[in-house]
Ligand binder design. Structure first.
Ligand code: DOR
Ligand code: ZN
Length: 430
């Protein structure tokens, strides 16, 4: 029997209404007990004094690039970067090569995850064949193979009739449809937020209205079909407001925000820095603040990294040509603790948006330290300062706007199914 006794930490477990200094005992891969001053024989002890002990973080939006683009990332390196960032489970998007639009590809991803990844991997299957937005995938076969949600992420489903049918079918398999909401005709080739900065830089702008219009359409279709719509990487004030009023009307909608949209603005593009190029783009300060407020009032349920690795030679292209995306696993905790430091979120609400809420959106176990549940735990020091160097990280790619920055807040230990898989002193252990 393997036992791990996590002693004396501040246990923050929103699913069980717990925020107190106590011990956690993991036994045979599961949470065996949580309480003050447990007395345990014969256990490996992790001293958590002065640290936060949380359920393992769940990232519902990531790109692991395997199969097909292993020069950017693969399931082994992505899974290692995930646990180094405190994520014990990650959902991976379908825009691989080939696209994850059939059960064989879903099977392959799960096989690879079992053999290569210290983090649990939940495949998100494509909603339409080849992400073309035309023909639906076979949702029930994909769910049987292990898909947990459907998304054409990276692309937008422009055809309203197709989106309607995708939403209708998703009800039969009880899996959410994750929308990448950018109306392509309004994006119209824009590569950064449309505004004063895009004018100054002479770059084509992608207006906030491209996101607002598409979110409005998808919310109406979700209301009409009574399906579960999940809005990925919300970046605009308009989208936050639309989601809030739809939720109030009873629409089954959930939503996420990415660390970069919560903390950065289009100012970051000033020097034509392609590391600040993402889709949807970094927006205005008003949009960023609306996303923070939306996260605080629960309109946005989850923090999700949208970890999107790209190779150096791709990010060295000029701004228009470079692919959008940034890596995010290893910086997410420090970057988003900013919202706790400025009191936008309490520690409990911050943890909830990284644990119970994303687990619930994906209908997965975990995200909780309930007795009997999976022994997935993240232990962090919210005050520790460190310097981030992606070259010393676990991702194959280095495309981060926080490269070389001093960050505050660090993951110290990550446990998956009761096994220590990351220790900041020793690195990833598997
Ligand atoms: O910035 C992004 N990168 N947004 C997306 O939707 C796709 C992603 C990627 O796959 O690189
Ligand atoms: Zn996306």
């Amino acid at each position: 029997m393997t036992r791990i006794w996590i002693r004396g930490g501040r246990v923050i477990d929103p699913a069980n209404d717990r925020d107190e200094v106590c011990d956690v005992l993991l036994e045979d891969g599961r949470v065996a007990a949580v309480g003050p001053a447990l007395s345990v024989d014969d256990a490996e002890v992790v001293d958590a004094t002065g640290r936060w002990v949380c359920p393992g973080f769940v990232d519902l939006h990531t790109h692991l690039r395997e199969p097909g683009q292993e020069y950017k990332e693969d399931i082994a390196t992505g899974g290692r970067a995930a646990v180094a960032g405190g994520f014990t489970a990650v959902a991976c998007m379908a825009n691989t090569q080939p696209v994850n639009d059939d059960p064989a590809t879903t099977d392959f991803i799960l096989d690879r995850a079992r053999s290569d990844s210290p983090a649990k991997v939940y495949p998100v299957a494509a909603a339409t064949k080849g992400l073309k937005g035309e023909v639906m995938t076979e949702m029930s076969a994909l769910v049987e193979a292990g898909a947990v949600a459907f998304s054409d992420d990276g692309k937008t489903i422009m055809d309203g009739g197709v989106m309607r049918h995708v939403l209708e079918y998703s009800r039969l398999v009880t899996a959410p449809i994750i929308t990448h909401a950018e109306d392509r005709t309004l994006v119209a080739g824009g590569v950064m937020n449309e505004g004063a900065m895009s004018t100054r830089l002479g770059l084509p702008g992608n207006p906030a209205i491209a996101e607002d219009v598409h979110v409005a359409r998808d919310l109406m279709l979700a209301e009409f079909t009574e399906a579960h719509l999940h809005v990925a990487h919300v970046s605009t004030q308009g989208a936050v407001d639309l989601i809030r009023t739809a939720r109030d009307r009873g629409v089954h909608v959930t939503a996420e925000a990415a660390p970069h949209h919560l903390t950065l603005t289009d100012e970051a593009v000033r020097e034509f820095d392609t590391h600040a190029k993402v889709a949807p783009p970094l927006r205005s300060a008003a949009d960023r603040d609306a996303c923070r407020a939306g996260l605080a009032d629960g309109t946005l349920d989850a923090i999700a990294t949208d970890h999107a690795p790209h190779a150096q030679h791709e990010k060295e292209l000029d701004f228009v040509e470079a692919p959008p995306g940034m890596i995010g696993f290893e910086t997410a905790v420090a970057v988003t603790l900013d919202l706790v430091r400025d009191r936008t979120l309490s520690p409990v609400e911050w943890v909830r948006r990284l644990t119970a809420n994303p687990a619930q959106i994906l209908n997965r176990p975990g995200g909780s330290l309930g007795v009997g549940g999976p022994g997935d735990v993240t232990i962090l020091d919210p005050e520790q300062r460190w310097s981030y160097d992606p070259a010393k990280g676990y991702s194959k790619s280095r495309n981060s706007p926080w490269s070389g920055h001093e960050l505050t807040g660090r993951v110290l230990f990550t446990l998956v199914d009761g096994k220590l898989v990351f220790d900041v002193e020793r690195g990833v252990l598997v």
